[in-house]
Design a protein around this ligand. Structure first.
Ligand code: ADP
Ligand code: MG
Length: 343
């Protein structure tokens, strides 16, 4: 069975073709990062309009890359939430329209289920069960993944996501968007021990996170610097960047290791853009090896938002018998806020 899938929940337009037997056939992606850069963050209305312009050309590209035509498609999947309402509506309405015109079923997909199953697209593939640390600009969650459709939330952020903490701290330091890579680069030149930043909820006893206090600490430090200090100011900023990165990485790693201990599982998968962070990778690799476990970092192209994970999640659900393909209704809605417990 051939599934055409769409992702448009935030600032990436992704389209993919997945075969339920053979896996990923082709995919195409457009990132809006450059467009949002001049505003310092994602502008929802611009995101929606850009998705509209990209979605059909990317569809043609994806079909051509697989040597297929729309008539070859057996079902159309799309991200139904969570995400930006207007952006989600673009993918949802295009997917439902194509499904309707072909007389095929449409499959709404939960964005986070896409992320959780995306490591299975990588090589090597982690076997179930595993713990997933999902760390992106929009999410910070620890999940236990026992199989397709079998997910348990272990902990999550109570306020900002880890990527958001990187982005907001970077903005306070006058670095570009997205802030994570920029802050991480500046941190290379800094000393993380000069400023002692808080490690929010490190000893909270649970697996939840909180990052909103960190940006206040960064702001307070920034205000204490002399902006006309020349080289001293640059050094102070680099030290602050290093301290910020260390604080975020420490908390993410400590809670992930706690989740491994609590579940007794040996495999950890890190998904989401923050998974690109070099310090986080090194820290988790060392600590998981010490515990006789394994950590998987799927390629970044699969970790950040993409259409492949959405079409793939739909295929996995079909294979697991979790999708009713008989429905012919193409009425739809999107769910900007949608918990994974509710799929
Ligand atoms: P979303 O679509 O929810 O914003 P993505 O999975 O696309 O999330 O990841 C983007 C996030 O990852 C941004 O917040 C960005 O700052 C962060 N990020 C990317 N690279 C790094 C890095 N090397 N270190 C820290 N954060 C990073
Ligand atoms: Mg993104």
């Amino acid at each position: 069975m051939i599934i055409l899938g769409y992702e448009s929940s935030c600032d990436e337009t992704g389209v993919a073709l997945v075969c339920t037997e053979r896996g990923l056939l082709s995919h195409a992606l457009h990132s809006q990062v450059k467009m949002h850069q001049e505003y310092g963050g994602v502008v929802p209305e611009l995101a929606s309009r850009d998705h509209i312009q990209r979605v059909l050309p990317l569809t043609a590209e994806t079909l051509a890359a697989a040597g297929m035509q729309l008539a070859d498609v057996d079902a159309v999947a799309y991200t139904a939430g969570p995400g930006l309402a207007g952006a989600l509506l673009v993918g949802a309405s295009v997917a439902q329209s194509i499904a309707w015109s072909l007389g095929r079923p449409a499959i709404p997909v939960h964005h986070l289920e896409g992320h959780l199953l995306s490591p299975l697209l990588a090589n090597p593939t982690p076997a179930f069960p595993f713990v997933a640390l999902l760390v992106s600009g929009g999410h910070t969650q620890l999940m236990r993944v026992d199989g397709v459709g079998r997910y348990a939330l272990l902990g999550e952020t109570l306020d900002d996501a880890a990527g958001e903490a990187f982005d907001k701290s970077a903005k306070l330091m006058g670095l570009g968007y997205p802030g994570g890579p920029a802050l991480s680069k500046l941190a290379e030149q800094g000393d993380p021990t000069v400023y002692d930043l808080p490690r929010p909820m490190l000893h909270s006893g649970d697996l939840d996170f909180s990052f909103s206090g960190l940006k206040t600490a960064v702001l307070t430090r920034m205000k204490s610097f002399d902006v006309n200090g020349g080289a001293a100011f640059e050094t102070a900023k680099a030290n602050l960047a290093a301290a910020t990165e260390a604080a975020i990485v420490d908390v993410l790693a400590a809670k992930s290791l706690k989740a491994m201990k609590q579940t007794g599982l040996k495999r950890l998968v890190v998904a989401g853009g923050v998974g690109a962070n070099r310090h986080l990778r090194q820290h988790l690799e060392t600590e998981m090896a010490r515990r006789g476990g394994e950590v998987f970092f799927p390629p970044l192209s699969l970790c950040t938002d993409n259409g492949a994970m959405i079409a793939f999640a739909a295929a996995q659900r079909v294979n697991a018998g979790l999708v009713d393909l008989s429905t012919s209704s193409h009425a739809f809605t999107v769910r900007p806020r949608w918990g994974l417990h509710d799929i």
